[in-house]
Design a protein around this ligand. Sequence first.
Ligand code: UFG
Length: 331
Amino acid sequence: MNVLVLGGAGYVGSHAVYQLVEQGYRTIVVDNLETGHRGAVHEEAVFYQGDIRDKDFLRSVFEKEQIDGVIHFAANSLVGESMENPLKYFDNNVYGTQSTLEVMNEFGVKHIVFSSTAATYGEPEQVPITEKMKTDPTNAYGETKLAMEKMMRWCDEAYGIKFVSLRYFNVAGARGVIGEDHAPETHLIPIILQVALGQREHITIFGEDYDTPDGTCIRDYIHVDDLIEAHILALDYLKRTGESNIFNLGSSRGFSVKEMIHAAREVTGHPIPEKIGERRAGDPSKLIASSEKAKKVMGWEPSRTSIETMIGDAWKWHETHPNGYDDRKGE
Ligand code: UFG
């Protein structure tokens, strides 16, 4: 089976490419390298540099490769940036998906697995969050992902393009040779580990006055390799059932920011000084997934659910790659 991975040079996409190659899929990667890294792409994958909004470019890839299914990770994903520049998000995320679906339809490709987010729910009325709960994004990033899901639903009705949308909670961990490298970095675990590496003096906790046991925000962390296993199951699900569906992916357990810092101290042996700062705009207090549906319907079983494993695997990557992929072009 030939799988096209859009955004296969990014943090999550590159982990998908490794698993696909290891499982014998012929893997074709498209990435514009705006935030991705060429060095993150498995050497056995076929790589095309280009932008999914460029339909002629996409057509040329579909012409050269016999694509059986698409996994779509190519999107901007920073909540804060999306609030400052929503049109960038509508353009790259929503229009990029439109262009992808148009070209898929032209070439008769009927299956797409889509990288969605818990940010589609907004501030939940209760946790754990199930797929039946209302979607009401509190930021432009989540709004674009919801719009992309809705677009796929109508393309299913009109053209029979079947999709599985996977709503991720907080993705963590890495594998030895690839890992998380964003510039600028905004995510909690890499920032904590940068403190442990001596690249930052302290971690600032964004608010200690939330309605949670220790006052800091609670998130549901999922190991990137468990997350990717669900994508491969989703490809099988599409082939088996020919039906579209939406699944949450998390570990169904919440950890506060303080608990994460504590666990990172244990893993790294570094004191990791902390300071309390202001709340960050748009942060919900508590996000925990119910992933029962993915387990029941797709047979997904996450196995790397210990927070020490997730932080430990991220730490191995950060320790061996203190400057990430080291490919910054003066940005
Ligand atoms: N945090 C800090 N200090 C920091 C960085 C983060 O206290 O320096 C806190 C945040 O306020 C939040 C928690 O750590 O409470 C996790 O923050 P991240 O930035 O790591 O992740 P988010 O929960 O904000 O966002 C992630 C993804 C989004 C996705 C969202 C869905 O980055 O793309 O999960 O739940 F939309």
